[in-house]
Design a protein around this ligand. Structure first.
Ligand code: NG1
Ligand code: ZN
Length: 562
């Protein structure tokens, strides 16, 4: 009876959200993304999916409406699972199926089958709770309404509108709610500012020099990050932040000539920055503030920058963590020694020079395919797992087991060796585990950690950038008839299909010393991405161009190789 009622509610509400014609959607590297005008039905359906996920896991689930660094006219939707990470990959095929269901009948049929197969308590026997948020895109409000209607179409499900948030804030809240911890936006700022304060208090006095400028200038991508950073900075001591491109009325368009993706891919200053910023420490966020890159404007009369990308942020973090672990463990008696498993996770987009540098530090470095879900999963296998994409998305994961050990060690030291270097190292690591977002990469928390480490080291941005010299690289996009025709292997470094394309790429690579190149279909845009690296910028550019020509030849609209 209840099931019948549930079916009819679903049928009735789904018929109000007909799907767009002739579009095939897929839950890519970060949920569904498309032009906002065609997304209402998808978002409504993902609302249903989130409610089912909450019923199945008996936990709070998150739903974020954003298209991150993409154009302002795009939008998207992704689900945060109970631990705050991306939705389990096991449910992605179901997400694809319901997003592409041809009509309300078809949709309800798919849902009924899935609910039976997964044994989901359906029809009001259990409650579900979904936290909803969106970025600043104008289409967000209407899409949030569509998501709410999807959630309400499942009996017992409640949508809680958290309003405008950064993606990592929502993921953080979902994680905290499910752990029974404080989870409001205010709690988020308090946790970040107090752990940052703790790290700053532990900066060795001899490092409190003038070498590190207290001022940081941040490009907010005209998105949600600028606004939230203004909020956060009110609680920070020892750091002066100026936010440009904060998204205020009239300041500019979201992600247009601004933001972390633009700065990292184009390697030029974002709008609003110029000769006056020559030499100073600058950072750039993306449209939903889950990516962070740093840069330094190079000269008074050009737009060129010295980019300090995700790989260098990763290297700075790895160096700091390794040093603290060394201080913490060096005096431990051998029989008590706990061998901390520290690991670093990158993708094929990581600059080759960064991987070499990390290996030289003696760190274990592993590669995964592109997409936060893969990196995160791998990093979670370590006591401390540091992951970053070159584009600036990343974080540091601390295992529960390690955190418990660290708490215990700190308590012991507090009673036997209070104020020792060893105890300070324990306190620093504990502060990092609280500062850095454990759910997903978070530009705001990452930024505070960078700032605290630079103070600790007494380093300017230039000194940091000199950790190693990036190999020149180039990224291009090629529009093709069907991007799913490209199949890759070995963490996306080799093309398996179409046949012959990898051989053509190999021939190009062989023409340049120290060169590397690979292609893969984007998970967020309808393009094939080309990456090339070589010993000079000219060589990297020319290699990327020739590989792009092969891609076009094999897969372009007029190609015969499909
Ligand atoms: P796609 O479009 O699949 O390349 C991009 C980034 C990913 C990841 C996602 C999610 C590059 C080359 N790719 O994915 O690393 O961040 O967006 O936003 O930067
Ligand atoms: Zn983003």
């Amino acid at each position: 009876m209840e099931e019948e009622k549930q079916r009819s509610i679903l049928l009735e509400s789904a018929s109000r959200f007909p799907p767009p014609q002739g579009v095939k959607l897929s839950y890519g590297t970060s949920g569904f993304r498309a032009d906002a005008s065609i997304l209402a039905s998808t978002v409504f359906r993902v609302g249903i999916l989130a409610a089912l996920r909450s019923l199945k896991t008996r936990s709070v689930i998150g739903l974020m409406i954003t298209a991150s660094h993409n154009r302002v006219s795009d939008n998207g939707i992704k689900i945060a699972d109970p631990h705050g990470g991306m939705m389990t990959q096991e449910w992605e095929p179901f997400a694809d199926a319901i997003a592409n269901a041809s009509d309300a009948e078809d949709l309800v049929q798919l849902i009924s089958q899935f609910v039976k197969k997964e044994n989901i308590p359906f029809g009001g026997v259990q409650s579900a709770e979904i936290l909803l948020a969106r970025d600043t895109r104008p289409s967000g409000e209407a899409l949030l309404e569509a998501a709410k209607q999807g959630i309400s179409a499942i009996i017992g499900a409640i949508a809680v509108n958290m309003g405008i948030l950064t993606t990592p804030q929502l993921h953080w809240m979902v994680r905290c709610r499910n752990k029974g911890m404080k989870a409001s936006e205010c709690d988020y700022y308090t946790q970040l500012s107090s752990s940052f304060g703790c790290l700053m208090d532990l900066v060795p006095t001899e490092m409190m020099s003038d070498a590190v400028d207290v001022k940081l200038t941040v490009d907010g991508a005209n998105g949600v990050g600028g606004e939230k950073l203004e909020e956060l900075k009110k609680q920070l001591k020892g750091l002066v932040i100026e936010v440009k491109n904060s998204g205020k009325e009239g300041e500019g368009i979201l992600n247009e000539g601004v933001g972390a993706d633009f700065v990292q891919k184009e390697k030029v200053v974002p709008c609003g920055f110029g000769s006056n910023d020559d030499g100073i420490r600058c950072a750039s966020l993306d449209g939903d503030a889950d990516r962070l890159v740093y840069f330094r404007v190079l000269s008074r009369n050009s737009s060129s920058i010295d980019l300090v990308d995700g790989d260098k942020i990763l290297s700075l973090f790895a160096l700091f963590i390794k040093e603290q672990l060394f201080i913490l463990c060096k005096e431990e008696k051998e029989e008590n020694a706990y061998l901390v498993k520290l690991g670093v996770v990158q993708t094929a987009y990581a600059n080759g020079a960064s991987t070499d540098y990390l290996k030289q530090l003696g760190l274990e470095v592993v590669l995964t395919p592109t997409g936060v879900k893969y990196l995160h999963e791998k990093a979670a296998e370590y006591d401390i797992g540091i992951y970053f994409e070159a584009n600036g998305h990343g974080t540091i994961l601390f295992s529960e087991h390690f955190c418990c050990w660290l708490e215990g060690r700190n308590n012991d030291l507090a009673s036997t060796d209070e104020g020792s270097e060893c105890q300070k190292a324990a306190l620093r690591l504990l502060a990092v585990s609280k500062l850095i977002n454990q759910a997903v990469g978070d530009a705001l928390s990452g930024l505070l950690l960078v700032e605290a480490i630079l103070q600790y080291m007494g380093w300017s941005i230039q000194r940091w950038s000199e950790l190693y010299k990036d190999l020149p690289s180039r990224q291009l996009k090629v529009k093709v008839a069907d991007r799913t025709a490209v199949i890759t292997a070995n963490e996306e470094t080799v093309v398996v299909k179409p046949l012959g394309l990898q051989e053509a790429i190999n021939t190009e690579i062989a023409k340049y010393p120290q060169a590397r190149s690979f292609i893969r279909p984007s998970g967020t845009e309808d393009v094939i991405r080309v990456y090339a690296e070589a010993s000079t910028q000219e060589a990297a550019d020319s290699l990327a161009q020739s590989v792009a020509r092969h891609v076009d030849h094999f897969l372009g609209f007029g190609s015969s190789h499909k």
